[in-house]
Design a protein around this ligand. Structure first.
Ligand code: SF4
Length: 400
């Protein structure tokens, strides 16, 4: 039986789709890339913004036009009636292979196992859910309370990734910093355990909250050789008043202190972040505070999101700014953050870096993209000398 997968949204969804692929392959489903060739189409949906809802609905509608059975899972809850679609709610995702095969009926017993695409990095989901209830975010309502995977389960996933030739593992979760709170362990203990594995070259972390940054956390990270010095610390706004309305429990001076702590512990670190502009009621002054904060903090990269109201959240009850203001603030913030990003990239020119090769490019331990003109075998750790920058990427030559 042929099957096509679509994944929208976050890395957690990507990891879940990968796991589903593996399970369904074992049940005889063959993955195809063209929807027209698929007898079954699975859509792992996202609902983080209104646009995500729209995209999820569009994908369901276009899939229904194919001669295929359509299955939707993930965070999107449809407003319209899709009678022909099997919806698998988040709480039943762990049973998705069973529910899908039951829904499809008799499997084709001649179906063969999928071969895993060759990749260098393996994303490993270590937790789900969030207890934070930021006022703009629907995720805690959709994904529920924080739940950590067991360390044994995660270490087996790491073993599988290493046996499959992956050299880097990326630990991901909806609220990664909360890992282990419900199981009496912690993220740092997990990282230390993974760091003990033979053959692990790189451990990278997904998005973190500033509260996890303590001298002890940094000190212990520093002793894990495979740890990649790249921290994605979620900021969201550089205005204290906006942070308060967002129900984010820190102030900008506290956030800056954490950045300084990181830079002291890892002098060559990359700190990246997310910023929402045009949040409910954000005044010109508050937006300017965010701009000033970004200039001071000098992030290596910023994902800028114009605020998009999400029904069912507390922020949806607040007044919304006109779309043109949000768009303009997004443009201003993006231009500034890209200019800072380019300046930081320039500082790397002439230096030597270790790159994990993918296709025509690879990433440094700090997650800086480096292109190379000479063909290099993928999935190798190669030392390159940085020769230049083009837009927001670096170029380098192998050191022979
Ligand atoms: S920390 Fe805030 S933004 Fe992140 S998932 Fe939890 S509620 Fe949403």
């Amino acid at each position: 039986m042929t099957i096509k997968y679509h994944t929208l949204g976050c890395r957690v969804n990507a990891v879940e789709t990968d796991r589903l692929k593996r399970d369904l392959a074992a049940l005889g489903f063959n993955e195809v890339s063209a929807p027209e060739e698929a007898e079954v189409i699975v859509i792992n949906t996202c609902s983080v913004t209104k646009q995500s809802d729209r995209k999820s609905a569009q994908l369901i509608r276009s899939s229904l036009r194919q001669q295929a059975k359509v299955i939707a899972m993930g965070c999107y809850v449809p407003e319209e009636l899709f009678e022909e679609v099997l919806f698998i709610p988040n709480e039943d995702k762990h049973r998705a292979p069973q529910l899908i095969s039951d829904h499809i009926g008799q499997l084709d017993e001649t179906g063969s196992l999928l071969t895993q695409a060759e990749r260098t990095r393996s994303f490993i989901k270590v937790q789900d859910g969030c207890n934070n209830f930021c006022s703009y975010c629907i995720i805690p309502y959709l994904r529920g309370r924080e739940r950590s995977m067991s360390q044994t389960e995660i270490l087996s996933e790491v073993d599988r990734a290493l046996a499959g030739g992956h050299r880097e593992v990326v630990l991901s979760g909806i609220h990664l910093s909360g890992y282990g709170r419900d199981t009496n362990t912690s993220l740092i203990e997990l990282i230390e355990a993974i760091g003990q594995k033979d053959g692990i070259d790189r451990i990278r972390l997904g998005s973190l909250e500033q509260a996890i940054i303590t001298p002890d956390f940094l000190d212990r990270l520093n002793r894990v050789d495979a740890f990649c010095p790249h921290f994605h610390l979620s900021l969201q706004s550089g205005s204290d008043a906006v942070l308060k309305r967002m129900n984010r429990h820190y102030t900008t001076p506290e956030f800056l202190d954490k950045m300084e702590m990181i830079r002291e512990a890892f002098p060559e670190v990359a700190i990246t972040t997310d910023i929402i502009v045009g949040f409910s009621g954000e005044t010109e002054e508050e937006f300017q505070e965010s701009i000033d904060f970004v200039k001071q903090a000098r992030f290596s990269k910023v994902h800028v999101f114009p605020f998009s109201k999400r029904e069912g959240t507390r922020a949806a009850l607040l007044s919304d700014l006109p779309g043109n203001i949000k768009k303009e603030r997004g443009r201003i913030m993006r231009e500034l953050t890209e200019q800072i990003q380019a300046e930081i990239l320039e500082e790397w020119i002439g230096r030597e870096v270790e790159v994990l090769t993918e296709d025509s490019y690879g990433y440094t331990r700090h997650y800086l993209p480096v292109y190379y003109e000479q063909a290099l075998e993928p999935n190798q750790l190669v030392r390159l000398k940085i020769t230049g920058r083009k837009e927001l990427s670096l170029y380098g030559l192998p050191i022979l």
